[in-house]
Design a binder for this molecule. Structure first.
Ligand SMILES: Cc1ncc(C[n+]2csc(CCOP(=O)(O)OP(=O)(O)O)c2C)c(N)n1
Ligand SMILES: [Mg+2]
Length: 376
């Protein structure tokens, strides 16, 4: 799965680099609903539209997610993992989403049908760094899969987080079932789906538009697309006749929105408004968030730092510093602390055992059956 970009794109500089050293070029974005900043206002938090504690919490989580992903890339490079894929560049959208989830188990809580760039969302929901590290390092102690799946392929039944699937797009179809159960339960809960722009070409995506908007039984589904304008090495503009993915919802009478997913404030306000609408009306929303892809597709394409796309953390940090919510040295301290904390955890987890061979067929089917067909 090598990444073969066009010749002009291939010329663009790709460098390895950590959060602190990356350079940005703002991406072109987009129709926005809530305007998130106004330099003329003297009230810091008011001008940034959110309370200071929410802003600082989002910043801290975004940095932690980035540092964790960069550590996981290192883990892969050292040969301590078979594969890396993850969410650098999607922290602004992902963290905002995780903070707004009605978290819990059962149909009175939100269900999450996420894709493989969801570490920021799960950290914001309370996942530990260890959960991410044990999964990528294939340790038996990995609570998502017992060390049997790829990085970022999480599963947390206690939070209604459905298993992340490697086949792209299927989460849009599966979410219909949980949304029907939630509507019956009448608890105001939502089935939240994330996925990429290329995945929206799958039939499952069209299925979710159709089923969520049937006049006989509209469903509480938050259908989101993180548009980074790439499907591995295939660029968006060569594949999509529609101007925006979100426009496809209009034919079904679905409320739609297009947002700057690199702006955590805009993302937070948009997601909050959308979830409020879905909870109140039991109707779907289709929302498209424009995001960056800062380390390419995955380790299969090299996982090198891409420097010609906007870094949402740099942009947010500048805004917070300019508005005197935080100082540059405080930002550095946060980054350094997460870096050291996660480094130490990865060293410890390295020593943990992998899954035992005799557990290979555990959990293959429900009810503890042994799924090894050779023993039937
Ligand atoms: C059904 C299916 N077809 C093809 C693939 C191979 N594949 C893995 S990721 C990917 C690109 C997905 O792009 P997008 O949906 O935009 O998400 P992104 O990786 O850009 O976040 C493809 C084609 C797959 N995993 N599943
Ligand atoms: Mg994409």
């Amino acid at each position: 799965m090598g990444e073969s970009r066009t010749s002009s794109q291939a010329k663009k500089k790709q460098q390895r680099g950590r959060l602190v050293t990356a350079k940005k070029k703002p991406s072109s974005v987009v129709k926005t609903v809530p305007k998130s900043s106004s330099k003329s206002s003297k009230n810091t938090t008011k001008s940034l539209m959110l309370p200071k504690d929410v802003l600082l919490n989002m910043y801290d989580l975004m940095v932690r997610a980035r540092v964790l992903e960069e550590r996981m890339i290192q883990v892969y490079r050292r040969g301590e993992a078979f594969f890396w894929i993850g969410g650098p560049g999607e922290e602004a959208f992902g963290v905002a989403l995780g903070l707004l989830v009605n978290k819990g188990q059962g149909p009175s809580h939100d269900f999450l049908h996420l894709h493989y760039r969801c570490t920021p969302t799960l950290l914001a929901m309370g996942m530990s760094d260890e959960d991410a590290l044990r999964l990528i390092m294939n340790k038996a102690s990995d609570t998502s899969t017992g060390g049997r799946n790829f990085a970022n392929h999480y599963c947390f039944p206690q939070w209604n987080v459905a298993p992340v699937s490697s086949p792209i797009g299927i989460q849009y179809g599966i979410a219909i079932g949980t949304a029907i159960a939630q509507k019956r339960a009448q608890g105001g809960a939502v089935s939240i789906i994330t996925g990429g722009d290329a995945g929206s070409a799958e039939g499952d995506f069209a299925t979710s538009l159709i089923w969520s908007s049937r006049p006989a039984n509209p469903l509480p589904m938050y259908i989101t697309v993180q548009n980074n304008k790439w499907g591995i090495s295939t660029d968006y503009d060569s594949q999509h006749g529609e101007k925006s993915v979100a426009d496809r919802g209009k034919a079904f009478g679905i409320r739609t929105g297009i947002y700057n997913g690199n702006d955590p404030i805009e993302s937070y306000l948009a997601i909050k408004s959308d979830l409020d609408y879905i909870r109140k009306n039991n109707r779907p929303v289709l929302a498209e968030f424009k995001v960056s892809r800062l380390y390419g597709h995955s380790s299969a394409s090299g996982a090198n730092r891409i420097n010609n796309e906007e870094c949402c953390i740099e942009t947010f940090e500048k805004k917070l510093v300019d508005q005197k919510v935080i100082t540059t040295s405080e930002c550095k301290k946060i980054k350094d602390e997460h870096f050291e904390n996660i480094r130490v955890k990865s060293e410890q987890i390295r020593e943990e055992p992998g899954p035992a061979a005799e557990t290979l067929w555990d959990h293959t089917f429900a009810n503890g059956e042994n799924g090894d067909w050779r023993k039937f």
